[in-house]
Ligand binder design. Structure first.
Ligand SMILES: *Cc1c(COP(=O)(O)O)cnc(C)c1O
Length: 396
């Protein structure tokens, strides 16, 4: 049985609205010329939305390239017969190179050492591997450092960036298809650091052109830069969080696009009881009812990705009314106080993430309570929750 088999009607379900996904893609498309290619970032199971279905939906709509972080994520897409080009952000192992060649998966090359390794492997299996060079212009994560940021003496075959890239370009069985960088702060109001990153990247591209090294695809923009920094689009952009209808941060101007959240989570009241004043709820008895009330049990817990920090802090929606989570979130269950909701029954729908009419619990609301970002909220809601793919308003 697949973990997502919905034959057993789930009491808790993730609704993924593919119309909202298409809408967000159209909004992003408006931000960049038609000649700019859009890559869809579907790492981490498409930020929790289900990578295969998301890929199928957007590939029909003008997205021609997919990005993932782990080879296992690329394998899942290929096993589902998705044959669009895939760029792997993360590292590959030597033993994975033949698979990547056969399956049209592009490698990220962040050092000469790594490039030499995959070149050797490609030579061995008699194929050519397409690569995108990663430049670290100020993210401090993966990538070749531009000369302006390098400190001497250099380590591990590190050279001035142009030379390192020139050496890479001479390796056998590598096809230098792209070059890219990633921004650390594109979602901040203050774009100083990002402008510096753009300068370094553009400058390196120019210096490579002088040496006749011209990777055809150049990309740097994540969602925030797609929305606010047209100067960072080059000829390809990498759309992540905004595709899923969420803002990269509060500092990105929400007037730049109309985004619709794609994910919602609904559950069901599976147990209901009237309890007296001073009644203790859940592990640790951290919540004690201040008065007689009605407590409902909802089958979602931290094992589903409903964060335990939401204990006695989160809110859910029942019959259009926001009600509080009371006591600790358990592995499989969470309790809510529905004393304020008239005529609640077992079987009543509960909105854990999403809206009922105008009443909403957003990924940002949950993120705030957990001292994190909406990215982590959606990416954490996991495959234990079956996904129902919907179009439009049904079930929301
Ligand atoms: C995750 C990721 C993105 C997408 O970023 P968003 O802010 O979600 O748009 C783009 N590029 C790289 C390298 C990433 O790791």
């Amino acid at each position: 049985m697949s973990p997502r088999n919905t034959a057993f009607l789930p009491q808790t379900a993730m609704n993924v609205d593919l119309s909202a996904l298409s809408h967000n893609l159209r909004e992003l498309r408006k931000k960049t010329p038609g000649s700019t290619r859009i890559m869809a970032v579907i790492k981490a199971d498409a930020y929790g939305h289900g990578a295969v279905a998301v890929a199928r939906a957007i590939l029909d709509q003008g997205v021609s390239f997919l990005c993932v972080s782990r080879i296992s994520e690329a394998v899942e897409l290929r096993n589902a017969a998705i044959d669009a080009p895939i760029l792997l952000f993360g590292n590959a192992l030597p033993s994975q190179v033949p698979y990547m060649i056969q399956n049209n998966i592009r490698a990220t090359v962040a050092s000469l050492d790594f490039a030499q390794m995959i070149s050797r492997e490609a030579v061995k299996c008699g194929g050519t591997i397409k690569v995108h060079i990663k430049v670290d212009t100020g993210m401090g994560r993966l990538g070749i450092l531009p000369s302006a940021l390098s400190v001497k003496p250099l380590v591990n075959g590190q050279g001035p960036a142009e030379e390192e890239i020139a050496s890479i370009s001479r390796l056998q069985c590598l096809d230098l298809e792209g070059i890219y960088t990633h921004f650390a702060n594109a979602d901040s109001r203050d774009k100083t650091h990002t402008m510096g990153q753009i300068d370094l990247f553009s400058n390196l591209i120019e210096r490579l052109e002088i040496r006749n090294i011209c990777p055809p695809l150049r990309h740097s923009a994540n969602s925030a830069a797609i929305l606010e920094l047209p100067g960072a689009h080059y000829n390809m952009v990498r759309a992540g969080i905004a595709l899923y209808g969420l803002w990269p941060s509060d500092e990105v101007d929400h007037g730049m696009a109309q985004l619709k959240p794609v994910m919602s989570i609904t559950s069901t009241i599976i147990h209901l009881k009237k309890v007296p004043r001073n009644f203790k709820i859940s592990y640790g008895s951290t919540h004690v009812t201040p008065e007689e009330t009605i407590i409902a049990t909802v089958p979602i817990g931290y094992a589903d990705g409903y964060n335990r920090l939401l204990s006695s802090r989160g809110q859910m929606i029942v019959k259009g009314i926001k009600v509080p989570v009371v006591g600790r979130v358990c592995m499989d269950f969470t309790m809510i106080d529905v004393g304020t909701v008239p005529n609640v029954q077992v079987g009543e729908k509960v909105t854990v993430l999403g809206h009922q009419g105008n009443v909403r619990v957003s990924a940002d609301d949950i993120a705030r309570l957990c001292n994190t970002i909406n990215y982590e909220v959606v990416a954490s809601l996991n495959r234990r929750i079956p996904i129902r793919y919907i179009h439009g308003k049904e079930n929301r």
